[in-house]
Write a protein of this length. Sequence first.
Length: 264
Amino acid sequence: MIVSEYSKKELKPYKILDILGMIFAAIATFNNFYQGVDHSPFTESIFYPYTNFLVPGINIFTLIATVVYLFIPSQVWLIFFLYLLETVNLMFTGFPVVGITLYINFFAFFCAGGHAKTHFKAKFLAAGLCLVSMIAVNYHASVTDMFFYLAFAAFEIGCYILLYFMLQEQLGFLFANVDVPGLAPEIELPPKGSVLNLKEAGLSERQISCINYTLNTNYNFKKIAEELITSESTIKKEMQCLYKRFGVKNRELLRLLLVQYTIV
């Protein structure tokens, strides 16, 4: 379960995603009742004839859950749960390409929300194995179909990787062991992957707290100021000082740099 504290600004993308998902679920539900589900590809599913109530039931549940989320937007985990639910629904009822696309989008949003900052390799491997497993057991898919779906999944993942490199400065903090653009630190940094002692680097307790909140939470400057019982302008000044000390341009590049060390 993914539970954290978010500001209204940080929750806005999830609410937009929820509304788009609501529209998608509403149209899917309408199609289920208008066109029925007693025809191909539903009849070729391993769950047939239970698809007659499973498919519209899952879509109705998703539609209701997206409406509920509008009243509890802080529960971001619900969005990711619905992503996975609809992925399984689509992949096992005859729409594997749509399901694959949905699953890869799920993982992209999972990373973009900062939920893969820790143990990224393990989470990426688990996500990949999960996707391959769903493709491998997908109803009556032949060997050639399976290779087609795997190639399609690899293509989609490749597109997101290329977008990452194109937007590295904005998204680089999601991955470790990459070069920080324009790095020019005032302090001497140890080799990547080693221990970085913030006190020995000459940082104040408040600056160390700012770094810890930056690395381990989704807090904005206002929330950090509330936690440290100070003003937002003070936190902004401290962050500007940190940018200068570590030789980076902004908060995201500071994350990108520091996730490559063991911070103590």
